[in-house]
Design a protein around this ligand. Sequence first.
Ligand SMILES: *Cc1c(COP(=O)(O)O)cnc(C)c1O
Length: 383
Amino acid sequence: MAAGAKIARMPRPILATIHTQTLRHNLARVRAAVPDARVWGVVKANAYGHGIERVFEGLRGADGFALLDLAEAERVRALGWRGPILLLEGAFEPRDLELCSRLNLWHVVHCDEQIDMLATHKTHQPHRVFLKMNSGMNRLGFAPQRYRTAWTRLNALPQVDEISLMTHFSDADGPRGIAHQVAAFAHATQDLPGERSLSNSAAALRHAPGANVRGEGGEVRVAADWVRPGIAIYGSAPDYPEHSAVHWGLKGAMTLASRLIGVQQLQPGDTVGYGSSFTADAPLRIGIVACGYADGYPRHCTTGTPVLVGGVRTRLVGRVSMDMITVDLSPAPEAGMGSEVTLWGQASSGAVLSIDEVAHAAGTVGYELMCALAPRVPVVVEA
Ligand SMILES: *Cc1c(COP(=O)(O)O)cnc(C)c1O
């Protein structure tokens, strides 16, 4: 062996897999729900934890990429993407606009300070901007009664090319719905020219099909011009548990898998893990899985959280620790050392465990779990 050569080591058995074909499938599902709209693939937060470079092949059929970190925009351009890129929070400081000019980034304008920055920006190439209205979310954007003034101010700037009109829904996934925000948007944008962008995943799936929502100011197409799906393209239901990914025809684009690295035989009265939160009331075989909260598996999951062992559905028992979890092997008597464990996603048998179910057991949403996949977990891309 050459001096200094390293001996290849088997890594710890945890592995995340990104499914390229599944990303294509999910994108197609969203397109089918909003056939007349153009689709931003939302790849903020490093493509919801999947990795921008890893999802690019699966999502290159999108009409553009939406994100908010300028370094991520540079990464998308570095992949050779020459189509639209939208910065969802716009510029944070004046020099960000230089990058927008250089990389031809479209950007949101949500406040007067961003208009001020544009007014003093030197560019040969006017920018395409998305003027954001706060139609009720009360996060970013101009209040409806101030929107037209902002539009007029922007429209007068030589630095600005086309102005698109945009808002974001707070309750597209829930019982309150979007009608009140659509009404505010319709009223305030009446007669303003420009393309519209309203819908996230939940709005695109739940409200867009066939829906032209009437507001006081006229009609607004919820699926107008540009939709902005994120979570749906990664295969998680935006409105779980009301609907599942299966209901929407979506499939998880990320699998988190590991293996059993230990087995214990419990007797009645034996407890498992930190805090002894689980006590066996009968003899019980448990498996020890190489996956813990330092891998991104949520520590809030408690006994009963679903897990697949060898493709067979079973449950977590006891507390999640940093590097390990413990699972009930009674539904999987064949399982032993080295057996495949699926934390979420697809087992090699084809069995599926939705990330939404695991998130729900932890009192959170699929978004948080995928975004929190830890850097120490190796990731492979499956073509
Ligand atoms: C994150 C984000 C989206 C995507 O939302 P999903 O619920 O993941 O579809 C759309 N629009 C804006 C402004 C966002 O910040």
